[in-house]
Ligand binder design. Structure first.
Ligand code: FAD
Length: 522
């Protein structure tokens, strides 16, 4: 049996016995057969010495059991790695950052505790998946939507804590969080926001409560185990309509993004979209020779001949049918200032959709219907991918600079990307998701890590940082957020030392190590 670092086999065996006593033997996993599924299937360090393989996993059924596990972990200084549904593929999956940690798997805590159809919120346990929540709503014919990310098998709790995103107007998932229950590393149960008021009637309606607003410090952190979370839902809209804006010259990107930014900031465009620029995509035998020529005019001419816009911007609108039709007309008017712009009307729907309509829809995720279709849309890869995900200013100039810079690193180091997506997941900034294939090949993965680390550095040198990363690179990214001699990390560590003196929760998460494991500053 593997053991956590710094814990003797005898102590670990005793701790396992106590965990079994606390939550029953059936839900404490120690055999290789049971623990191996917690390895990260998309690991860029697969089968290498540094692959962080857990020593065991525990799956409690309720808050009291979480508290009991935390008591045992404190007694024996056992590192726990919390997951909700553990589908964080591309960013670490269900594996810990520190090898030998015990995975605290909350999948059995999968109750939908409340849904308010009139006030549009839900109170959930961590193991509730997007599919579960969708089914719960459909079974009761409630007039509310969820906002799933591309794969629907993850959880609103895990995804929101990672500050993930979807596509409907509720696409910024952490922004939609309202009130949490958290088991602190000392075993105490705390409720944030209005939940701190016993008998509160507005825990899921008003985020801030009274005094310092602490809910966000439990996202991308290791300060607590979230056992309940409130999320805001989207009232089922009357209709959906989409249209695409196409521009044909590279430098049309500047006015395109400027107008888009105004539409987003003013609330005219509330969904999340993906800006497509095929000249900056993954390798493409048709486009590659022209890309290599570096001639923008040649690319533009080719695009016009072959009907490939230099940039395409699909825009989704949600709301009353008349209002969104007017929004699309208004939007077209705004973009008409770009010479040569063209528009394409996309699909439109009225809700609720009929049972016959749903299977005919190519991508249901922007309509609040979870799916796993994304896996069939990705280019074939041997084993998976990891995402390099920097936040870039919402300006055409910055985007162009970033794409050229990242392309340069890829071609200099001879790497292929799987997919490149430019998303408007957050207000006022773009996130680029540059997907790297991950292989079961040590040499190729070593190369991928080298390129990834180079990208982190070149991005940081331009003032662009990642919004989220794979566990393998959390330390690297944290090192780039270094203003004033790492003042932010010191603050995180001060909180960590105060709330988790034994350093039991998710050591290393986002670069935050407990005192006893902290290395000299990079
Ligand atoms: C093809 C593909 C497409 C993807 N598309 C998207 C997308 O559109 N949007 C998106 O956001 N992501 C996307 N992802 C990434 C990922 O799959 C999702 O974000 C997924 O929802 C995360 O898994 P999860 O919900 O099971 O979270 P988990 O794996 O359960 O949790 C994620 C992390 O949050 C922390 N955590 C979880 N639960 C708790 C808790 N209760 N208390 C304290 N800390 C906790 C842990 O550090 C954990 O590692 C994609 C991945 C793939 C492979």
């Amino acid at each position: 049996m593997r053991v956590p670092p710094g814990v003797s086999p005898a102590d670990f065996a005793e701790a396992i016995k106590q965990l079994e006593g606390a939550i029953s033997k059936e839900w404490v996993f120690t055999s290789d057969e049971d623990v191996d599924p917690y390895r990260d299937a998309y690991s860029p360090v697969w089968n290498e010495e540094e692959e962080p393989i857990p020593s065991a996993a525990v799956a409690p059924d309720g808050v009291e059991q979480v508290q009991a596990i935390i008591r045992v972990a404190n007694k024996y200084q056992i590192p726990l790695w919390t997951i909700s549904t553990g589908k964080n593929l591309g960013y670490g999956g269900s594996a810990p950052l520190l090898g030998g940690s015990v995975v605290l798997d909350l999948k059995r805590m999968n109750r939908v505790l409340e849904i308010d159809e009139k006030n549009h919120y839900a109170l959930l346990e961590p193991g509730v998946s997007y599919f579960d929540l969708y089914r719960y709503i459909q079974d009761r014919k409630l007039k509310v939507w969820i906002d799933p990310p591309d794969p629907g098998w993850g959880s609103p709790v895990g995804n929101s804590l990672e500050r993930g995103g979807g596509y409907t107007p509720m696409h910024d998932h952490f922004d939609a969080v309202c009130g949490m229950e958290v088991v602190l590393p000392n075993g105490e149960v705390m409720r944030t926001g209005m939940g701190a008021l016993p008998g509160s009637k507005t825990w899921q309606q008003y985020k801030y409560g009274f005094g310092p607003y602490v809910t966000p410090i439990f996202s991308q952190s290791n300060f607590g185990v979230v056992t309940k979370m409130g999320i805001w839902l989207f009232p089922e809209p009357e209709a959906y309509l989409s249209g695409t804006v196409q521009v044909w010259k590279r430098d049309d990107l500047m006015p395109l993004v400027e107008i888009f930014t105004e539409l987003v900031s003013s609330g005219t465009m509330r969904g999340c979209t993906t800006l497509a620029g095929p000249w900056f995509g993954p390798p493409n035998p048709e486009l590659d020779p022209l890309r290599a020529s570096g001639s923008v005019t040649a690319m533009e001419d080719y695009g016009r001949r072959k009907d490939i816009p230099f940039w395409s911007l699909p825009l989704p609108f949600y709301g009353p049918a008349k209002v969104i039709a007017a929004q699309w007309e208004y939007t077209k008017g705004k973009f008409s200032s770009i010479p040569g712009v063209t528009f394409q009307d996309g699909p439109s729907y009225r809700f609720p959709l009929s049972a016959e309509e749903v299977p005919k829809i190519r991508d249901t995720v922007p309509l609040g219907i979870p799916s796993l279709q994304i896996f069939s849309l990705l280019p074939p890869q041997s084993h998976g991918h990891i995402g390099f995900s920097p936040i870039i200013p919402m300006s055409g100039q910055a985007l162009l600079e970033a794409l050229e810079l990242f392309d340069g690193v890829h071609s200099e180091l001879g790497s292929g990307r799987a997919v490149l997506t430019i998303l408007s997941s957050f207000p006022r900034a773009f996130v680029i998701i540059d997907l790297f294939p991950v292989e079961r090949d040590v040499e190729k993965n070593r190369k991928t890590r080298e390129i990834y680390r180079r990208l982190i550095k070149v991005a940081a040198a331009r003032g662009w940082g990642e919004y989220r990363t794979h566990t393998t690179f959390m330390g690297d990214i944290s090192n780039t957020y270094s203003f004033n001699n790492h003042a932010l990390r010191h603050f995180h560590e001060t909180i960590k030392d105060a709330v988790d003196p034994n350093g039991i929760l998710s050591p290393g998460k986002c670069g935050i190590w407990p005192k006893r494991m902290r290395k000299a500053e990079a």
